[in-house]
Design a binder for this molecule. Structure first.
Ligand SMILES: *[C@@H]1O[C@H](CO)[C@@H](O)[C@H](O)[C@H]1NC(C)=O
Ligand SMILES: *[C@@H]1O[C@H](CO)[C@@H](O)[C@H](O)[C@H]1NC(C)=O
Ligand SMILES: *[C@@H]1O[C@H](CO)[C@@H](O)[C@H](O)[C@H]1NC(C)=O
Ligand SMILES: *[C@@H]1O[C@H](CO)[C@@H](O)[C@H](O)[C@H]1NC(C)=O
Ligand SMILES: *[C@@H]1O[C@H](CO)[C@@H](O)[C@H](O)[C@H]1NC(C)=O
Ligand SMILES: *[C@@H]1O[C@H](CO)[C@@H](O)[C@H](O)[C@H]1NC(C)=O
Ligand SMILES: *[C@@H]1O[C@H](CO)[C@@H](O)[C@H](O)[C@H]1NC(C)=O
Ligand SMILES: *[C@@H]1O[C@H](CO)[C@@H](O)[C@H](O)[C@H]1NC(C)=O
Ligand SMILES: *[C@@H]1O[C@H](CO)[C@@H](O)[C@H](O)[C@H]1NC(C)=O
Length: 456
């Protein structure tokens, strides 16, 4: 009876764990789908501030400043583009440190031709190397803004514009509407412009303060759901105590469907690789990935490498599978309870970010300037790696129950798909698993019974 009974318990418990996982998965998906903000950076936003610095005979001169207040999401090349709709018949006479992408129909103008006559202009940053007489402070970065934690000084961009056919007092100026921010693809939603207290400017020698004639703010927030329905990154795991390498879950970012989308991925040894990569349009944000079971552009591998008496060591490798993208200024956000005792980190920058004031379990990691801050496109050079040394806290430290593995990982602000917890490498001779399964079984049966009882 025993030998018959045991497999049955196993399969029942498997079924139940599967159901739990499924429910958990569903809960997670619906959570990501509806969350408009990021739990690890709840106040993260991009704020766009317009300061009118002087009036002109038919309008005003304004400095527009874009602050990337997001802790770990940056804007990479080809950079931001900012759009809005004028409230009246405004035109842009000229711009410094930025340009409108289209001039629009300026045929009404005879003598002086405006820079842009469109009702809904789109403005982009100028490129580095712009002549000095066309620059202003914080301009000309090709639209690239770093994240706030990585480099606040470079998380700000600005341009100046001279607006005509506008009001010339703070009573007659109308704030523009319908702000849109692409960075570079979709993902941001901007609120309406609010007139706020005029900004005060302090001169560099701090001996005089001037102020804007009028100021308004727009706040834009990011949602991964809006940006792209599919994830862009996944996590694989391994450890010194078990030979099993737990791969990224299959189809994390898509499936290899050769029937419907031939060429949705490329084999690294394909003779056509070079032509496929170069033929792909430069403006496409669609990744072109190497064929893998997960089809993600990025894989983060966490290897529990060594166990010392007082410390333990982890190796983290980030691999780029995208032939169409070099990730400049990439970053990782990793959550693990031992980050409050991180002792040393090799060849990455590190900063702890504490979304929940008291719990110090989340870290932001990024590359060292000119060494590994540039994650090269897929290929032999398309990876970066580092090792982390943690000090064990005897009260909490264990290799059991997958404790040594990260709770969640973000790459460039996007949540990475983790393997299911029951696939984590086990400790050899771990009796724990049988025990949990049984315990889970008992608990679930009990709660199911309770539920049925309540519903009956
Ligand atoms: C945007 O971020 C800044 C800096 O973190 C914060 O002060 C501000 O309140 C945020 N704005 C919104 C609307 O959340
Ligand atoms: C407009 O300017 C007047 C005085 O010049 C000031 O009292 C008022 O607060 C300003 N309004 C706005 C919306 O800035
Ligand atoms: C702003 O956008 C909304 C929705 O996209 C649209 O209904 C509205 O007409 C737009 N307003 C202006 C002034 O273009
Ligand atoms: C406007 O933006 C500036 C950006 O520096 C920020 O300090 C200020 O709090 C913002 N005001 C509002 C009302 O969002
Ligand atoms: C793709 O094609 C190969 C062989 O041509 C086949 O073995 C594989 O199952 C196909 N994959 C899918 C997802 O259809
Ligand atoms: C990535 O950078 C390398 C070296 O700078 C360059 O040769 C390559 O074309 C870049 N790839 C892409 C997709 O931009
Ligand atoms: C979190 O812990 C690390 C490692 O001990 C420490 O360097 C860092 O300052 C801590 N951060 C906070 C906000 O307490
Ligand atoms: C780990 O960090 C916490 C909080 O910083 C501290 O209280 C504790 O003593 C540290 N443990 C060890 C073993 O260093
Ligand atoms: C390693 O972990 C896997 C689960 O990922 C398990 O199936 C296997 O039995 C473990 N190996 C050893 C030697 O414990």
């Amino acid at each position: 009876m025993g030998p018959l009974f045991l497999p049955m318990i196993r399969s029942v418990s498997k079924l139940i764990s599967f159901t739990i996982l499924l429910l958990f998965g569903l809960a997670c998906t619906s959570f990501t789908a509806t969350e408009a903000y990021d739990p690890l950076d709840p106040n993260g936003n991009i704020t766009i501030k317009w300061d009118i610095i002087s009036w002109t005979p038919d309008g005003y001169v304004a400095v527009v400043t874009i602050y990337n207040f997001q802790k770990y999401r940056h804007i990479q090349a080809p950079g931001w583009s900012l759009g809005w709709t004028w409230a009246k018949q405004e035109v842009i006479w000229n711009m410094v440190g930025g340009q409108a992408t289209e001039q629009g129909d300026c045929s009404k103008f005879k003598t002086t031709i405006p820079h842009c006559c469109k009702k809904n202009p789109t403005v982009v940053d100028l490129l580095p190397g712009t002549p000095y007489n066309q620059q202003i402070t914080n301009c000309c970065k090709g639209g690239v803004l770093t994240s706030w934690v990585q480099d606040p000084a470079n998380a700000v961009g600005s341009f100046q514009l001279s607006v005509g056919h506008a009001g010339t007092t703070n009573k007659t100026v109308r704030v523009p509407k319908n702000f849109t921010l692409n960075a570079p693809g979709p993902g941001y939603t901007c609120g309406r412009a609010n007139v706020v207290k005029p900004t005060k400017f302090v001169t560099p020698d701090k001996r005089r303060v001037t102020q804007a004639m009028m100021t308004w703010n727009v706040t834009c927030t990011y949602s991964q759901f809006l940006a792209q329905r599919t994830p862009t990154c996944c996590v694989s795991l391994s450890s010194f105590y078990n030979d099993t390498v737990v791969p990224c879950p299959a189809c994390s970012c898509g499936c290899q469907s050769n029937a419907t989308h031939p060429g949705s991925c490329v084999e690294p040894d394909s003779p056509y690789l070079a032509s496929v990569v170069s033929a792909s349009s430069k403006n496409s944000y669609m990744p072109l990935v190497r064929c893998t079971n997960h089809m993600c552009p990025i894989r983060v591998h966490w290897h529990v490498k060594l166990n010392y008496k007082k410390y333990w060591r982890v190796k983290v490798t980030v691999t780029n599978f995208n032939y169409r993208m070099n990730y400049s200024d990439w970053n990782l956000v990793v959550q693990h309870p031992n980050f409050d005792n991180l002792t040393q980190i090799f060849s990455f920058n590190y900063k702890s970010i504490t979304p929940y004031a008291t719990i110090n379990d989340t870290a932001m990691l990024w590359g060292l300037k000119f060494y590994n801050d540039f994650l090269m496109q897929a290929g032999p050079l398309g990876n970066v790696q580092s090792e982390l040394l943690f000090r064990k806290d005897q009260a909490t430290f264990t290799f059991d129950k997958g404790w040594a593995f990260p709770r969640r990982i973000y790459f460039n602000g996007d949540n990475c798909v983790m393997p299911p917890p029951d696939a984590y490498p086990w400790l050899p001779n771990s009796g724990f698993r049988q025990y949990t399964s049984l315990l889970t079984l008992i608990m679930t049966s009990l709660s199911t019974a309770a539920l049925m009882y309540v519903h009956a």
